[in-house]
Write a protein that binds this ligand. Structure first.
Ligand SMILES: Cc1ncc(COP(=O)(O)O)c(C=O)c1O
Length: 409
C-alpha cells in the first residue's frame, strides 16, 4: 500500500466522509449499543474548532473500534472509521515493514505493552493448542535490555521469562552466557519459546539480530515464534536505515509491536499490533458473542479516534516527508555524538539511532535532574539517556553541553 501525502482538505474530507459512514447516535435509531457520543456538557460538538477538526470531531462522536478489523467481520456501526484503521495497519505492515498486500492482521492497541502482551498471548495459546504444551514448557525469551513488559507478560500468562545477558559494550547478545541460560532452561523442561527481539531498546536504542535468536533456538532444539518489539523504533529504524532486514520479508519474523504515541507523535493509546494472517485466531474469545466477529484483542472497547489520529499523521507527511523528519533527528543526534566525542565523554549509540546513553559516572545528579535525563535505574543509575525527539533541538543540546562542561571543571 502506498504511503502518500494528502492535502489538508483531502485528509479532512476522507475523515468526515468516514464519520458519515458510522452510526450517528443523534439522528439514527440505534437503541441497543451501550455507547453514545461524548457528554455534550463537557465535550460540545458545536464549538467551531471541534466541528472543523477531523480528529476532535471523531473524538466527540466516539466510535468504538472493539475487535480486529482486518479479519473481515466487524461491527457495521463504525465501518466508516474501521476502513481508515485498516489503511493504517496496511501502511505499517506493507509500506514500512514490506509485507505482501493484505497478508497481515492487526489492530490499534493501547500501547506497546498491550501489543507485546497480545503477541505472547497468541503464541502461548498456539503452543498449547497445536503442540499440547504445558504452561511450564513455555518461555518468553528476550535480552536483558528488553522492556519490562516481557516480565509482565510472563507473569500474566503464567509462563517463564528469561532475559539473555548482553555484552555491556555492544549491547549484543552475549552468546556464551546466552547458551548457558538456554541450556538450563532446556534442562528445566522448557520446549517452546516466544522470542521477543528488539528494534531499538528502551534505554539504548539497540537493535537485536533476529538471526542470532533463530540460531540459538534451533541449536537448543526449541520450537519458537519470533515477535519484534518495535514499540520505540518501528516508525524510525526501518525509515532511516535502507539496509533494515527486520521486516515481514524475513521468514522467521511473525509479528510486530509499533507505537505511534512515541516517535510518530500521536496521542497516547496508539500502540499497533501486527501479525501474519491466520494467527489472530489463537486469541479469539468466542464468549464475546455479542460482538460481531467476536473479539481477539486484549483491549475490548477502544476509541476509533486513535486510528484517525494516526491516519491523519500519515496523510500529513507521506513516506518521503516522514523520512526527512527522521533524518533531522538522526543528524541532531550525530551532532550531539560529535560534541561528546570532543569532550571524551563515554556513551553508547547504536548506528543511526536517536538515543544517546551516557555512562552515569560522568553526569552529576544535579545535571541529570536539570535536563530530565532518564536513568536506567532510579536508585542506582549506571546510565542516563538523551532521546532526541522533535522538541530536543540543537539549541537545547548546546545549553546541556555548556552545563556539562561547567560540571566537569
Ligand atoms: C521497546 C519498548 N517496548 C515497549 C514499551 C512499552 O510501551 P507503552 O509504554 O506504550 O506500553 C516501551 C516503552 O517505552 C519500549 O520502549
Amino acid at each position: 500500500m502506498e504511503w502518500k501525502r494528502k492535502s489538508e482538505s483531502e485528509a479532512r474530507q476522507r475523515v468526515f466522509d468516514a464519520l458519515k459512514n458510522n452510526v450517528d447516535y443523534r439522528s439514527g435509531s440505534v437503541l441497543g449499543i451501550p455507547g453514545t457520543y461524548l457528554d455534550p456538557k463537557v465535550f460540545s460538538a458545536e464549538i467551531s474548532f471541534v466541528r472543523e477538526a477531523p480528529y476532535l470531531s471523531t473524538l466527540v462522536q466516539n466510535p468504538n473500534h472493539i475487535g480486529c478489523h482486518t479479519l473481515g467481520n466487524s461491527e457495521s456501526y463504525f465501518e466508516g472509521t474501521h476502513v481508515l484503521e485498516r489503511e493504517v495497519i496496511r501502511i505499517c505492515a506493507e509500506n514500512i515493514l514490506c509485507a505482501e498486500p493484505n497478508s497481515i492482521d492487526g489492530y490499534m492497541a493501547t500501547g506497546g505493552t498491550e501489543a507485546n502482551l497480545q503477541a505472547v498471548w497468541i503464541y502461548r495459546n498456539y503452543f498449547m493448542q497445536m503442540h499440547q504444551a504445558d504452561l511450564s514448557e513455555i518461555a518468553v525469551v528476550c535480552s536483558e535490555d528488553s522492556h519490562y513488559s516481557m516480565q509482565k507478560a510472563g507473569d500474566m500468562f503464567n509462563v517463564h521469562c528469561v532475559l539473555l545477558p548482553v555484552d555491556q559494550e555492544t549491547r549484543k547478545i552475549d552468546l556464551q552466557k546466552a547458551n548457558e541460560k538456554l541450556l538450563a532452561l532446556k534442562e528445566g523442561g522448557v520446549k517452546y519459546s516466544v522470542v521477543v527481539s528488539n528494534m531499538m531498546t528502551t534505554m539504548f536504542g539497540s537493535i537485536d539480530d533476529v538471526d542470532v535468536y533463530a540460531g540459538l533456538m534451533k541449536n537448543h532444539g526449541f520450537q519458537f515464534k519470533i515477535h519484534i518489539d518495535a514499540a520505540y523504533g518501528g516508525f524510525y529504524a526501518p525509515i532511516v536505515d535502507d539496509n533494515n532486514r527486520i521486516n515481514f520479508l524475513h521468514p522467521e519474523v511473525n509479528s510486530f509491536t509499533m507505537d505511534a504515541h512515541k516517535m510518530l507523535q500521536a496521542p497516547y493509546g496508539t500502540g499497533i499490533f501486527l501479525i501474519r494472517k491466520d494467527w489472530m485466531k489463537y486469541a479469539q474469545t468466542d464468549a464475546a458473542s455479542y460482538v460481531v466477529g467476536a473479539d481477539c484483542t486484549i483491549s475490548g472497547s477502544r476509541s476509533g479516534a486513535n486510528a484517525i489520529a494516526v491516519w491523519l499523521i500519515f496523510a500529513a507527511y507521506g513516506r518521503h516527508e516522514w523520512f526527512e523528519k527522521c533524518s533531522i533527528l538522526e543528524q541532531r543526534t550525530s551532532w550531539l555524538a560529535k560534541q561528546l566525542n570532543k569532550r571524551g565523554i563515554q556513551y553508547f549509540r547504536a548506528p543511526l539511532s536517536n538515543i544517546i546513553t551516557i555512562n552515569a559516572y560522568q553526569i552529576s545528579p544535579a545535571l541529570a535532574s536539570q535536563f530530565g535525563l532518564v536513568p536506567d535505574d532510579h536508585t542506582k543509575p549506571s546510565w542516563f539517556k538523551i532521546v532526541v525527539m522533535q522538541h530536543v533541538t540543537v539549541e537545547k543540546l548546546e545549553v546541556f553541553l555548556t552545563e556539562l562542561d561547567k560540571s566537569q571543571r
